[in-house]
Ligand binder design. Structure first.
Ligand code: SF4
Length: 327
C-alpha cells in the first residue's frame, strides 16, 4: 500500500503549442497536447502513466519539470509547495529533488565525457561535491546502479543499451532526488534487459525512498512496477486506480482494448482481443464529445455530443473513470 501523502499534485494541467497561421483566413491555431489533467503522486509510490504514442504522456511529464516548449497552464505543487508562482531560480533549486530518466540514454549523455567526468560535472554544477569527494561519490553512484567502478573511465559509446540506462539512472541520482519521472526507460531495450532495469528501479525505490512517475506505452511494462496506473487518451486521463484493480477490473473501453493486447504468460489461457477502429486522431482534430467515440467498440449516439468527466465510480473509491457508461 502506498502512503496517502501527496508528494506531487497536478491540477487541470494543459499544454498547448501555437501553430503558424495557415489557409486563406490566416487564423492562428493551437495544438493541445494535454487537455486538463489532474492527479496526485503519493510519496514512495510508483504511478504508471500509459497510453499510445502521441497521447500526450511524455509532454505531460516534461511539462511537470518545465522541460518542454509548450505553453503550460494549471496548478502544481511539490511536497506542499505551490510551484505556480515559483521563479526560474526557485524552480532550479527544486529541480534537484525532481529528476527525469529518458528513453534514449545515449542521446541524453555527452559523448565526449567519460562517465566519471559526466557525474563529477553534475556534482560540481549543483555544488554537491568536487575533487576527491566527487570521485568517491561517483564510485558510490556506480555501485548503486550495479556498474563496475572501472567503468568511470569509459565513454558512453563503450556501453550496451542496458548499461547506458544505468548511467542515466546514476546521473539522475547524483543530485539526490526524491521524485523521478521515468520516461519510457525500458522501451528501447531487449526484454531480458528491461526486467533488469525495472528491478534496479524497484530496489532503488526501496533503498532510497524514491517516488516515480513511470511513463510507458505498454500496460504489461507498468504492471510489475506500478502501485497505481493512469491511462491517457488524447491528452486526458480516462481511467486511474490501483494497479491490482486496473488489471482485474478495467472499466474504460480504451483500457480494456489496451489490456486485451497484453500477452498472457499461460499458453492455454485465452483472452479476446479488442481491435480498435482507425488510428489515434491528431491533436488538431480532437473529436467532439468523448474523444474516444470514433474508435470505441461500445459507443452510443450521445457519446459524440457529451463529454464524460473523470470521476470516482462511487463514494470513497479510488477507481476513477471517464465514460458515459458509468455516469
Ligand atoms: Fe465509449 Fe461512450 Fe464511454 Fe466514450 S463515453 S468510452 S465513446 S462508451
Amino acid at each position: 500500500m502506498h502512503p496517502q501523502r501527496q508528494l506531487l499534485s497536478a491540477r487541470d494541467i494543459k499544454v498547448h503549442f501555437p501553430v503558424k497561421p495557415g489557409g486563406a483566413n490566416g487564423n492562428a491555431k493551437r495544438v493541445s497536447a494535454v487537455n486538463g489533467v489532474s492527479f496526485d503522486v503519493y510519496r514512495g509510490e510508483t504511478l504508471g502513466l500509459v497510453g499510445e504514442s502521441g497521447c500526450g504522456k511524455t509532454t505531460l511529464g516534461r511539462a511537470l519539470l518545465r522541460l518542454g516548449h509548450g505553453i503550460v497552464t494549471g496548478r502544481m505543487s511539490f511536497d506542499g509547495q505551490d510551484l505556480s508562482n515559483l521563479d526560474a531560480g526557485g524552480f532550479r533549486q527544486l529541480r534537484k529533488k525532481m529528476q527525469m530518466i529518458f528513453q534514449d540514454p545515449f542521446g541524453s549523455l555527452n559523448p565526449r565525457l567519460t562517465v566519471g567526468q559526466m557525474l563529477s560535472e553534475v556534482l560540481a554544477v549543483h555544488r554537491i561535491a568536487k575533487g576527491e569527494e566527487a570521485r568517491k561519490r561517483t564510485f558510490e553512484l556506480l555501485d548503486l546502479v550495479g556498474l563496475n567502478r572501472e567503468y568511470a573511465n569509459r565513454y558512453p559509446h563503450e556501453f550496451s543499451g542496458g548499461q547506458r540506462q544505468r548511467v542515466g539512472i546514476a546521473r539522475a541520482l547524483a543530485v539526490g532526488p526524491e521524485f523521478i519521472i521515468c520516461d519510457e526507460p525500458v522501451s528501447a531495450l531487449d526484454v531480458s534487459i528491461q526486467s533488469q532495469i525495472i528491478n534496479l528501479l524497484k530496489d532503488l525505490q526501496r533503498d532510497l525512498g524514491l517516488t516515480y512517475l513511470f511513463i510507458a506505452h505498454d500496460l504489461s511494462v507498468v504492471e510489475y512496477i506500478s502501485d497505481r496506473v493512469a491511462v491517457m487518451y488524447l491528452g486526458k486521463i480516462v481511467e486511474i486506480t490501483s494497479s491490482e484493480e486496473l488489471y482485474s477490473n478495467p472499466l474504460h473501453p480504451y483500457t480494456r482494448a489496451l489490456l486485451s493486447a497484453v500477452p498472457i504468460p499461460d499458453p492455454d489461457a485465452k483472452r479476446e482481443r479488442t481491435l480498435l477502429k482507425g488510428d489515434l486522431p491528431g491533436p488538431l482534430n480532437i473529436p467532439s464529445g468523448c474523444s474516444f467515440h470514433p474508435r470505441c467498440p461500445v459507443a452510443k449516439p450521445e457519446c459524440g455530443r457529451k463529454e464524460p468527466l473523470l470521476r470516482p465510480l462511487a463514494e470513497h473509491t479510488e477507481h476513477q473513470v471517464s465514460c458515459l457508461l458509468y455516469e
